[in-house]
Design a protein around this ligand. Structure first.
Ligand code: NAI
Length: 292
C-alpha cells in the first residue's frame, strides 16, 4: 500500500481524540468525526492542551505541535472521510452500533481504504462481514491514552489480507508503537486478561473483602501495577469495562466472566468514571453486601 497520508477517526471521545492527536503529531492529515458536536469541541480542546503540555515539557517541538494542529479537521459528515487511506473507528463499544457504522463506512470510503476498529473486545470478523471489503478490515486496538501508551494490539479477522495486516503494522510502528498480534477471540489478549482482574476487584469490593483503597494499594504495591484495578476502571470508563465483560461472558460462554453486580449498578446509575465524575474516588454509594 502507498504511504498513508490521511486518516479518518470516527468517535471523538477519549480514545478517538488520542488517536487523532497521535496521527497528526506523526505527520498524518486527520479527519475526526463525531455525531455529537460537543464531543468534537471537547476533543479539540483536549488535543490542543495536550500538545501544548508536550511542547512545554520539551517532548515535542513547537513546529511539530503547530503542524499537528493544522493537520486536524473535525466533521460530523461521513462523506468527509472519503479522502482517508485508513479509517479508524473508536465509537461506543456496542456490536450493533459498530456494525451499522462499518456498513456505512464501506459505502463512503475509497475503494483502497482500510477500515480499522479500535474495539476492546468485539469480533473483527463480524464487523468485516457487514462490508464488501472484509479483506481490508482489521482490529487496531490502541491503549489509553494513545499518545503515551507504547502498545497496539492488531487483530486479523477471518478474511483480513496480508497487505492490510502489513499496512496496519507499518502505520502503528510509524506512530512509535510496539505491535502484538491476537487471534479474533473475545477480548483479544489484553482485555481477556485485564478485564476479569478489574471485575474481580469489583467483586472484592462488593463482597466486603476490603476497602477500595486497600484493594488498589494491594495490587499496586503487591504486584507492582502502576494503578490499582478500581482506579484503572475509573480511568477506562465503567461503561466500557461493563461492555467488555458482557462480550467476554457471551463470547467465551463461561460464567466466570459474568459482570459484577456492583459494576452493573454503577453504570445503571450513570456513574461512568473519570470521563464524567470520579465515582470510585470518592465512592458515592454505600458498599452493598447482600445484593443479588
Ligand atoms: P467514549 O465514550 O469516550 O467516546 C465514544 C465517542 O463516540 C463519543 O464521543 C460518542 O459521541 C461517539 N459516537 C458514538 N456513536 C457514534 C457514531 N455512530 N458515529 C460517530 N460517533 C459516535 O469512548 P472511548 O473510551 O473513547 O472508547 C471508544 C472505543 O475504544 C470503544 O470501542 C472502546 O472499547 C475502545 N477502547 C477504549 C479504551 C479505554 O480505556 N476507554 C481503551 C482501548 C479501546
Amino acid at each position: 500500500m502507498a504511504e498513508i497520508k490521511t486518516i479518518g477517526v470516527v468517535g471523538g471521545g477519549q480514545m478517538g481524540s488520542g488517536i487523532a492527536q497521535l496521527a497528526a503529531v506523526n505527520g498524518v492529515d486527520v479527519w475526526l468525526l463525531d455525531t455529537d458536536a460537543n464531543a468534537l469541541t471537547r476533543a479539540t480542546k483536549a488535543i490542543s492542551s495536550s500538545i501544548q503540555r508536550l511542547v512545554s515539557k520539551g517532548h515535542l517541538s513547537q513546529a511539530i505541535g503547530t503542524d499537528a494542529l493544522r493537520r486536524l479537521r473535525c466533521t460530523s459528515k461521513l462523506e468527509d472521510l472519503h479522502s482517508a487511506d485508513v479509517i479508524i473507528e473508536a465509537i461506543v463499544e456496542s456490536e450493533n452500533v459498530k456494525k451499522s457504522l462499518f456498513s456505512e463506512l464501506d459505502k463512503i470510503a475509497k475503494v483502497s481504504a482500510i477500515l480499522a476498529s479500535n474495539t476492546s473486545s468485539i469480533s473483527i470478523t463480524r464487523l468485516a462481514a457487514t462490508t464488501n471489503r472484509p479483506h481490508q478490515v482489521i482490529g487496531m486496538h490502541f491503549m489509553n491514552p494513545p499518545p503515551i501508551m507504547k502498545l497496539v494490539e492488531i487483530i486479523r479477522g477471518a478474511d483480513t489480507s496480508d497487505d492490510t495486516f502489513n499496512a496496519t503494522k507499518v502505520l502503528a510502528e510509524r506512530f512509535g508503537k510496539t505491535v502484538i498480534c491476537s487471534q479474533d477471540y473475545s477480548g483479544f489478549i489484553v482485555n481477556r486478561i485485564l478485564m476479569p482482574m478489574i471485575n474481580e476487584a469489583f467483586y472484592a469490593l462488593y463482597t466486603g473483602v476490603a476497602t477500595k483503597e486497600d484493594i488498589d494499594t494491594g495490587m499496586k504495591l503487591g504486584t507492582n501495577h502502576p494503578m490499582g484495578p478500581l482506579e484503572l476502571a475509573d480511568f477506562i470508563g465503567l461503561d466500557v469495562c461493563l461492555s467488555i465483560m458482557k462480550v467476554l461472558h457471551v463470547g467465551l460462554g463461561d460464567n466466570k466472566y459474568a459482570p459484577c453486580p456492583l459494576l452493573v449498578r454503577y453504570v445503571d446509575a450513570g456513574h461512568l468514571g473519570k470521563k464524567q465524575v470520579s465515582i470510585i474516588y470518592p465512592c458515592i454509594f454505600p458498599i452493598p453486601h447482600n445484593e443479588n
